[in-house]
Design a protein around this ligand. Structure first.
Ligand code: R5P
Length: 296
């Protein structure tokens, strides 16, 4: 039997993954002691079963990581057969190298701790770890990144009439996500890049496409403060883009990001349920379920 469970942040997503897999959903009790410590209990048996733990690490990453460690270690103690860990939002992944001397590389630390706690397999979704050249150095267990970009692009294309659209990543690193989204719609893609014109002037512009009079779908992994997207909208408008749509996998949406993006001129903004939010119209449950089916 396959069991899908989660801690406090991802119960509904875990429920949907269980439905998609025709698996059993197992509820957990999570509570906090007066001193702040976390308590986790599985409300059913897991011995000899394959258990999928769905645990997003968004917005309260430290609390949710502790829940995850307690769950993984308990599952091993309780003799689960195999523990597949799905991190729809993988917190701490942006610090994927030592940018300044002396910095902790949080991606490496957190990956190793998750493995040590008992994960046999890790799935992430549009995780911000593309600068890590040697993925194998993160963990000794398989770590596989899934993508919601195709589902996001199809959703936007289904609910809007996009005129001669192009998909744009707001920076060089988002170019790969733009390609995945564009491939799903069979349209062009590009990324914005910084070009130094002289010692004092840096211009941001599309790498190759002429976007004049074209609709644009901007895609990115994360919208946090919204500053990256707002800057991109400004650049795209200056480059003649017509209607601008925005999609992201992880809508963290801090500091009033959503209103500010609409104020900047976006027609629509859509995200997934890796982080439950006002714009989480696309579920990643089918993406997770498909990947897990391939493992079985
Ligand atoms: C950065 O490298 C990421 O891909 C996102 O572009 C970034 O995290 C978005 O953050 P914000 O919304 O705060 O600009």
């Amino acid at each position: 039997m396959v069991i899908v469970t989660s801690g406090s942040p991802s119960k509904f997503l875990a429920w949907n993954v269980a439905q998609a897999l025709k698996a059993q959903y197992l509820n957990t009790e999570v509570k906090h002691f007066p001193d702040g410590e976390t308590y986790v209990r599985f409300l059913g048996e897991v011995a000899t079963e394959e258990v999928i733990v769905v645990q997003s690490l968004a917005l309260q990453p430290n609390d949710f990581l502790i829940e995850l460690f307690l769950m993984l270690d308990a599952l091993k103690d309780l003799k689960a057969k195999r523990v597949i860990t799905v991190l729809p939002y993988f917190a701490y992944a942006r610090q994927d190298e030592r940018f300044e001397s002396g910095e902790a590389i949080s991606l490496k630390t957190v990956s190793r701790l998750i493995e040590a706690a008992g994960a046999d397999y890790i799935f992430t979704i549009d995780s911000h770890r593309h600068r890590v050249i040697e993925q194998d150095t993160l963990t000794t267990i398989p770590l596989h990144d899934l993508t919601a970009m195709g589902a996001l692009a199809k959703h936007m294309n289904n609910i809007h009439t996009l005129h001669n659209p192009a998909v744009i990543g707001p920076d060089a690193e988002a170019g790969a996500w733009a390609k995945t989204a564009a491939d799903a719609l069979s349209v062009d893609y590009d990324a914005l890049e910084k070009k130094r014109l002289d010692a004092e002037t840096v211009e941001i512009r599309p790498r190759k496409l002429n976007l004049n009079d074209r609709d644009v779908l901007i895609v990115d992994d994360i919208i946090s403060t919204g500053n990256t997207i707002i800057k991109a909208i400004d650049v795209l408008k200056k480059n003649g883009a017509k209607d601008i749509y925005v999609a992201c996998t992880h809508p963290l949406l801090v500091l009033n990001a959503l209103v500010r993006i609409y104020e900047a001129g976006a027609i629509d903004v859509v995200g997934t349920d890796t982080v439950p939010s006002a714009i989480s119209y696309v579920s990643v449950a089918p993406v997770i379920a498909e990947a897990i089916k391939k493992l079985q």
